[in-house]
Write a protein of this length. Structure first.
Length: 254
């Protein structure tokens, strides 16, 4: 379970504002966000197990992020890692639309994903899950959006809360601490809230918090970033241990 809240072209000064949690098994080896030696234009964390990333930016003003999909038809093992979708875009020089045109030929080689790709002009969303009619890339219109492990803006409680907080944050000068509050709630959703979304298992309850704390699985990192009208990114990533305690901070301007 991951969570990405973002405002696209809501503020002329900051065309993209993002707050996101990466949730993963604690035993999965990971490097915090850094400039990659083999791709020095890329700032992103690294999944050392499969070699890709879950979210990153580059010096050309591009942004990419991916989440898994809960679609049962798309959860089986696949031949390619979803993390390469992020890295493939950030290490190249294609526009988001051009990259998605190429991706359409191989999207079925990945387990279920939701993918966000941005350049200095546009922000796009695509998924390989759900009805085929919903799997065409979408150029997003201005607004505040939420994405977890279902399709874009599925009204899960954690998504709805995050969008409300994001709207409030945008009424004030941006800072990373305030932006992180859009995704930092450790409160579980109520049974009634989950029932409305047909999420009624014990696992659904455990994962319903925005910030997940668990011995084996939980929120590994919170990333906040915004892009200026000049295309530059302000980036801050906080990493956490299994108790939810802060263990590392990376802050960069790209």
């Amino acid at each position: 379970m991951c969570l990405i809240l973002f405002a696209h072209q809501v503020n002329n000064q900051y065309p993209l504002v993002v707050a996101a949690n990466r949730d993963e098994f604690h035993q999965r080896p990971t490097d915090a966000s850094h400039y990659w030696l083999e791709h020095p234009q890329v700032l992103a964390g690294r999944d050392r197990q499969a070699g890709g990333s879950w979210m990153g930016v580059n010096r050309s003003g591009h942004f990419a992020a991916v989440t898994n999909s809960r679609d049962p038809e798309q959860t089986k093992a696949a031949e390619r890692s979803r993390g390469e979708l992020v890295l493939g875009y950030l290490q190249g020089d294609l526009s988001a639309q051009q990259y998605l045109d190429q991706l359409s030929l191989r999207a079925g080689a990945y387990a279920g994903f939701n993918l966000l790709l941005g350049d200095r002009e546009d922000l796009w969303y695509v998924s390989n899950s759900g009805p085929s009619s919903e799997q065409s890339p979408r150029r997003l219109t201005p607004g505040i959006y939420g994405l977890s492990n279902a399709s874009l803006d599925t009204p899960w409680p954690k998504v709805q809360r995050g969008k409300q907080v994001m709207a409030e944050i945008l009424q004030h000068p941006l800072d990373h601490s305030a932006l992180a509050t859009a995704v930092d709630s450790r409160q579980l959703a109520s049974k009634n809230q989950l029932d409305l979304q047909a999420m009624n298992t014990e696992m659904d309850q455990l994962l319903s918090a925005q910030f997940i704390v668990g011995d084996a699985y939980g929120t590994r990192a919170t990333t906040t970033c915004w892009q200026t009208s000049a295309g530059e990114f302000h980036w801050k990533e906080r990493s956490f241990d299994a108790r939810g305690d802060l263990i590392e901070v990376v802050e960069k301007e790209v």
